[in-house]
Design a protein around this ligand. Structure first.
Ligand code: ZN
Ligand code: ZN
Length: 136
């Protein structure tokens, strides 16, 4: 499936081709901190089909407990996370699904690192709901 997307301020845009069957939720604690959210949703794109169209992301080098280093690419202007990848000659870019324009069509198919998933996620569907920001 062809997709396109970009950061919140519009400086960084990209296009790619992905397999919707490979959309994954990651519950690891690094993804919680780096996304500023409860979990992160990602989809891989091979380097041959991932093209940055505008802008140049800033790189944060994450070191895992194992010592493995991984590139975390984000917009230096607005902070939107764009992708992660291996450090040298990455074969695959893990695109952050929240930056993809077609994200509503990309329902995740699996969840990883569930041992660190936040327990309250199980009750999300029973929480009070508002169509927009509730009145103050
Ligand atoms: Zn931006
Ligand atoms: Zn993760």
């Amino acid at each position: 499936m062809k997709i396109d997307g970009g950061c919140h301020c519009g400086a960084i845009t990209y296009k790619a081709e992905i397999d919707p069957e490979t959309v994954t939720i990651c519950h690891c604690t690094d993804c919680q901190t780096l996304s500023g959210s409860a979990f992160r949703t990602v989809v891989p794109a091979r380097k041959e089909v991932f093209k940055l169209l505008t802008g140049q992301p800033k790189i944060y080098m994450k070191t895992a407990e194992s010592g493995n280093k991984r590139v975390q690419a984000f917009c230096a202007e607005c902070g939107s996370p764009i992708y992660s990848s291996a450090v040298t000659d990455p074969p695959v870019f893990m695109i952050r699904v929240g930056t993809i324009r077609q994200r509503a069509e990309l329902a995740p198919k699996s969840r990883i690192w569930c041992r660190s998933a936040l327990g309250w996620l199980n009750s999300v569907t029973s929480m009070k709901q508002f169509a927009q920001q509730p009145p103050a």
